[in-house]
Design a protein around this ligand. Structure first.
Ligand code: GZL
Length: 323
């Protein structure tokens, strides 16, 4: 306890001295049991539900007294949920920040309270908060690489003369949406056959993805490729395309990211071409990294998750493990 008080004093001092000295990260002392905060952003899709379940399933084996909250899609509520956890007294915070900027105050408050934070599955604006200084590390995928891999698969497998692309973006301001867009856009530009005629957010949600696809289909009936930042929006887009008499997999190519059960089934059914995995199963990794940190190990700033790619060749082999 003494060390934490000293650190909090050092943090307060460094904050008072401006950014002259970046106070070190809050430590995590090894204990029998840990009070762990997991401030989930929402539970509006299978990915989110699988992630929360992964943390809950890990709690007992990792000696966590888990405090899990759900911000129902509100970044402001996610910040308030973190405040509440800090007030209740937690030893460590696992935070999937819904958007890159609004969650910065939550990260800073946790540090000021002497609580080590690990960002999981999404990160924050790197200009405002840094791993190794404001939070311990980011646990997650390379979203730029995911977008790039979808683009490369599309270039490789699209057989038409001209690829007219509609892009369904994830949650505005979130790191996966920002990076899956830049990764895809930069890579697809390598082949002049392709043109992105529209790019609009469906907020990672199936029904909004369907509605946005209906609207974009009216404006761009010539579309023959749909790139969705996640499978939920891709499934929604498939619904919209079929309602409009189009044949996904025949006259329009749907490409996506995540690896959900419904997406693997759509690939097996020939309605979707590819989905690059973005695993939601962060519980065991969080446990492993927490224990390394508590043992005094230096944690790499980015604990990167490797992602598989699912196509007609292997979707049936993996659907049983999908969520
Ligand atoms: C990725 C995660 C994204 C998923 C979506 O780590 O943040 O959020 O790709 C989910 O399905 O809504």
């Amino acid at each position: 306890m003494k060390r934490r008080n000293l650190l909090m004093a050092a943090t307060a001092l460094s904050l008072g001295m401006g950014s002259m000295v970046a106070a070190e990260l809050p430590p995590l002392e090894q204990k029998e049991r840990y009070r762990v905060g997991f401030a989930q952003m929402e539970s509006n899709n299978p990915w989110r539900i699988a992630e929360t379940k992964s943390f809950m399933d890990t709690a007992e084996s990792c000696n966590w007294d888990l405090i899990a909250t759900d911000a129902a899609g509100s970044a402001a509520k996610q910040v308030a949920d973190v405040d509440s956890m800090i007030a209740q007294g937690i030893d460590i915070l696992f935070l999937p920040p819904r958007e890159e900027k609004p969650l910065i105050p939550a990260v800073k408050k946790a540090k000021a309270a002497g609580i080590p934070t690990f960002l999981v599955d999404r990160s924050v604006d790197p200009a405002a908060a840094q791993p190794g200084t404001d939070f311990v590390a980011f646990l997650g995928s390379d979203f730029i690489d995911q977008g790039r891999r979808v683009a490369e698969w599309t270039i490789e497998n699209f057989e038409g003369e001209k690829g007219i692309i509609v892009q369904l973006e994830g949650t505005t301001g979130s790191s996966p949406a920002n990076d899956r867009k830049s990764g895809f856009d930069d890579a697809i530009a390598a082949d002049p056959r392709f043109e992105i005629v529209a790019s609009q957010t469906g907020d990672f949600a199936r029904d909004l993805g369907r509605q946005v696809m209906e609207t974009l289909l009216q404006a761009h009936p010539e579309v023959n490729i749909v790139y969705a930042h996640n499978d939920e929006m891709a499934i929604g887009a498939i619904q919209a395309l079929e309602l409009a008499g189009r044949k996904p997999g025949e006259d329009v190519l749907v490409v996506s990211i995540d690896g959900t059960r419904d997406a693997l089934q759509a690939i097996i059914d020939g309605k979707m071409g590819v989905t690059v995995e973005s695993s939601p199963f962060f519980g065991p990794l969080a446990c492993e990294v927490m224990n390394r940190y508590a043992a005094g190990e230096e944690i790499e700033h980015w604990v990167q998750v490797q992602d598989r790619i699912f196509t007609q060749d292997n979707a049936a082999d993996h659907i049983d493990e999908a969520y």
